[in-house]
Design a protein around this ligand. Structure first.
Ligand code: HEC
Length: 246
C-alpha cells in the first residue's frame, strides 16, 4: 500500500517536471493571485477582447462569472458579452469550426488550460512570442515550438527577437540552441504594463479552470482551524474519561 502510493507520487512528480521541461526553457513566475478580484475582472475583459475571438471557455457561464467576479449585469452585457449571447450561455468563441484551415490547428478551449499546464505556463507563453520569418504568422514561441497561434498581443508588447547560443552536441559539432528572447521593437505598453496585462489574463484562466479555487482555499484554512479546536476538546474529553481507569 505504502509502496504503491510512493510509486504513484513519484510518477506524478516526474510527469510534472517533464511537462515543465518541454521546450527546454524555464517558465517565468506569473505572480498571479486568484484572490485579487480586480485582476480577475481585468483578465476577463482582456480575455473577451483579445482571446475569445478564437478560444472558447466551454465550462464558464457568463452569469456565474459575473457573480464570482462581482461584475454587474450592466457591465456584463456592455463589456463582456457579444451580441446574441445570453447571460446563462457558456463563453463561446467566434471561431468557425473550419479554423483549422487558417491555423493548421483548431484553437483549443481554454477552460482547463490553467489546470493542465499551469498558470505560469500561460503567463510565459504570452510573453514567449518572438519574430520568426519561417513561420506562417511571422512569429514562433519560446515555450511552444512551431506554435500555430499568431502573436495577437504584438501591438501591445512589441516584437521580440530570439537569442541563440552555440552548444555543441554530443559529437562536438556546432549547434545553435534557442535560449531566450530579447526586446526588438517596442509596443504600445511598457514591459511591466504588458506583464500585468498577461498576468491578469493568466489569473482569469486560473479562475476559469477552477471557479471554486478561492473558496476551496479559504475553506481549507477554516477546516484546519476547526480540527485544531476540535482536537483540544477531544483530548480534554479523553483525559476526563480515562482519569479513573488507571
Ligand atoms: C487568431 C486566433 C487566436 C487568438 C485571437 C488567440 N489564440 Fe491562442 N491559440 C490559437 C491557436 C491556433 C492555437 C493552437 C496553437 C498550437 O497548438 O500550435 C492557440 C493555442 C493557445 C494556447 C495553448 C498553448 C499550448 O501549449 O498548447 C494558449 C494557452 C492560448 N492559445 C492562449 C491564448 C490567449 C490567452 C489569447 C488571448 C490573449 C489567445 N490565445 C488568442 C489561436 C488564437
Amino acid at each position: 500500500m505504502l509502496k504503491s502510493s510512493v510509486l504513484i507520487t513519484l510518477a506524478l512528480f516526474s510527469a510534472g517536471s517533464a511537462m515543465a521541461e518541454e521546450g527546454g526553457i524555464d517558465l517565468q513566475s506569473s505572480g498571479a493571485d486568484i484572490t485579487n478580484t480586480e485582476s480577475l475582472q481585468r483578465g476577463a475583459r482582456n480575455f473577451m477582447n483579445y482571446c475569445s475571438g478564437c478560444h472558447s471557455l466551454k465550462y464558464v457561464r457568463y452569469n456565474r462569472m459575473a457573480v464570482d467576479l462581482k461584475i454587474s449585469e450592466a457591465q456584463l452585457a456592455g463589456n463582456l458579452m457579444f451580441t446574441g449571447d445570453k447571460s446563462f450561455d457558456t463563453v463561446n468563441s467566434a471561431m468557425p469550426k473550419d479554423a483549422e484551415i487558417w491555423f493548421g490547428k483548431q484553437p483549443p478551449d481554454l477552460s482547463l488550460m490553467a489546470r493542465a499546464r499551469g498558470v505560469d505556463y500561460i503567463y510565459s507563453f504570452l510573453k514567449g512570442f518572438y519574430a520568426d520569418k519561417t513561420r506562417p504568422w511571422g512569429v514562433n514561441n519560446l515555450y511552444l515550438p512551431s506554435a500555430a497561434m499568431p502573436h495577437v498581443l504584438a501591438e501591445k508588447q512589441g516584437l521580440q527577437k530570439p537569442i541563440f547560443k552555440n552548444e555543441p552536441d554530443a559529437h562536438g559539432s556546432a549547434r545553435m540552441v534557442l535560449v531566450g528572447v530579447a526586446a526588438m521593437s517596442p509596443g504600445a505598453l511598457k514591459p511591466e504594463e504588458y506583464d500585468q496585462l498577461v498576468r491578469d489574463i493568466a489569473n482569469f484562466l486560473d479562475y476559469a479552470g477552477e471557479p471554486v479555487k478561492e473558496k476551496r482555499q479559504s475553506m481549507g484554512v477554516f477546516v484546519m482551524l476547526f480540527l485544531l479546536v476540535f482536537f483540544v476538546f477531544a483530548y480534554l474529553l479523553k483525559k476526563e474519561y480515562w482519569k479513573d481507569v488507571h
